[in-house]
Write a protein that binds this ligand. Structure first.
Ligand code: S3P
Length: 168
């Protein structure tokens, strides 16, 4: 089976959906952000603070190249994975790209009070909304399947993904 690769903005539910998919399909999950944290021995927000975003993107690209070679896994990505075309090119080799699409308001609701995302700033929602709008076309372009997640449960989203992946 091809890999199932979840992409989408912060707060789109990639992590929680990957867990349900993994249970239902009996496929292993690899979370790219978790691997980056292990490799760097630092939390994402500390990588950004100490070394800056480009350093994080370099690590993300390296880890993605490694993960994309695997098969039969669910890959949960970070929201910025689409920033480098090379990441999508690599992930498409063995994988189906599933874009979890939601409104900016839904992301805000889901991330309320969370402090672990350096690029999601509740005090500057204008900048975060700008990032969201900039990225929309990139997620769309990368996606093989698009699933709207607003007002759906994690289980509903997972079931819709399984159905659409099987139709492919
Ligand atoms: C990022 C999203 C984060 C994480 C990092 C950068 C982004 O992942 O990779 O903070 O650029 O959108 P989540 O989408 O899991 O929050």
């Amino acid at each position: 089976m091809k890999n199932i690769v979840l992409i989408g903005f912060m707060g789109s539910g990639k992590t929680v959906v990957s867990r349900v998919l993994s249970r239902k399909l009996k496929m292993k999950i690899i979370d790219i952000d978790t691997l980056i944290e292990k490799k760097a021995r630092l939390k994402i927000k500390d990588i950004f603070k100490k070394f800056g975003e480009e350093y994080f993107r370099d690590l993300e690209e390296k880890v993605t190249r490694y993960v994309a070679r695997k098969r039969n896994i669910i890959i949960s990505t970070g929201g910025g994975i689409i920033k480098r075309e090379n990441n999508i090119k690599n992930l498409k080799k063995n994988g189906i790209i599933v874009y979890l699409k939601n409104t900016f308001e839904t992301s805000c609701k889901r991330l309320k009070g969370k402090k672990d995302r350096p690029l999601f700033n509740e005090k500057n929602l204008k900048a975060t909304r700008k990032l969201f709008l900039q990225r929309l076309p990139l997620y769309k372009k990368a996606a093989d399947i698009i699933i709207k997640t607003d007002d759906k449960s994690v289980k509903e989203v997972a079931e819709e993904i399984i159905k659409k992946v099987r139709e492919k």
